[in-house]
Design a binder for this molecule. Structure first.
Ligand SMILES: [Zn+2]
Length: 102
């Protein structure tokens, strides 16, 4: 199990605040676990959640290519260069096209 990246392929909301969530990386509809106890689980502890909440996780989160896509997305957000961002975006699009039936 790879680490989920909050805000990219893993989301936490208040119980039933969201019907569905799409992955920010690959736009696939996330799997949802409703009414998760905030005191159990590593992720919840990291996020300092103390309340019942819903967890949305992209079903592709354990895929090698998905992790690479997350890294590309982070680089795109980090780089101050428009040209590098454009190149990274091309890489990302290619990667997603390869693995998703778009
Ligand atoms: Zn995804």
């Amino acid at each position: 199990m790879k680490l989920r990246t909050k805000g990219y392929d893993f989301f936490i909301t208040k119980p039933n605040a969201n019907e569905t969530f799409d992955c920010n990386v690959c736009s696939t509809e996330c799997d949802v676990k409703r009414n998760v106890d905030g005191f159990s689980g590593f992720i919840a502890a990291m996020a300092r959640l103390s309340e019942i909440h819903d967890e949305f996780t992209c079903p592709n989160v354990n895929q090698e290519w998905h992790e690479q896509a997350v890294r590309l997305l982070m680089e795109i957000e980090k780089t101050p260069s428009k040209r590098i961002a454009a190149l990274l975006k091309l890489d990302l699009e290619e990667l997603l096209e390869e693995h998703l039936a778009l």
